[in-house]
Ligand binder design. Structure first.
Ligand code: ZN
Length: 184
């Protein structure tokens, strides 16, 4: 999972001319990246990040990142949604790519808005089918953590930290529900 800053197109995708931020002519009230040469308006919209909370007995699977940003920090398996896949398909794909984990997908668990960077993160609960993992190149190490061992200070992203907090809070209540959060 990568977290670029707010999207910013520098050059026209149509003709390569440097774009200007201005109001389009059609009554739109937001600044857009507009090409001064061919007049193409480049709309930039939030991206979906999809992932899972993979659980084995009383432990949760975390991946130690092998790529920037936040290389060496721990994350839940997650990444950008691709075209032509559903949220759940994307979450399963990322879990396979980053952890090589066999899972059974369960309910959507957290929806986390991150308006500052133009992202919405979706995490699903997932039941691990085995405690054996085969992480891909984006991951240094994939391993299970009990609640007491979660490396809270070495988590890669706040969306992951908040999702794990929700998970352990719900588990202690014995009831899992959908959480909607916003991180500024
Ligand atoms: Zn252009």
């Amino acid at each position: 999972m990568s977290h670029p800053g707010p999207a910013s197109i520098k050059h026209c995708k149509n003709c390569g001319t440097a774009v200007r931020q201005r109001l389009p002519d059609d009554g739109d009230t937001r600044l857009r990246a507009v090409c001064p040469a061919c007049h193409t308006v480049h709309y930039e919209n939030p991206l979906n990040v999809v992932g899972t909370v993979p659980v084995w007995q009383d432990q949760v699977l975390l991946c130690k990142r092998n790529i920037e940003p936040r290389k060496g920090f721990w994350t839940l398996p997650a990444g950008f949604m691709e075209m032509r896949e559903t949220l759940a398909e994307g979450a399963a794909r990322e879990t396979d790519e980053e952890a090589g984990a066999q899972i059974e997908m369960q309910n959507l668990f957290t929806i986390v808005d991150v308006p500052r960077v133009g992202q919405v993160h979706f995490f699903f609960l997932a039941a691990l089918q085995s405690p054996v993992f085969n992480p891909g190149h984006e991951t240094q190490e994939a391993r299970l953590f009990s609640e007491a061992d979660i490396p809270w200070d070495d988590l890669a992203f706040r969306t992951v930290k908040e999702t794990l907090r929700c998970y352990f809070a719900d588990r202690s209540k014995g009831e899992f529900e959908l959480h909607t959060l916003s991180i500024s």
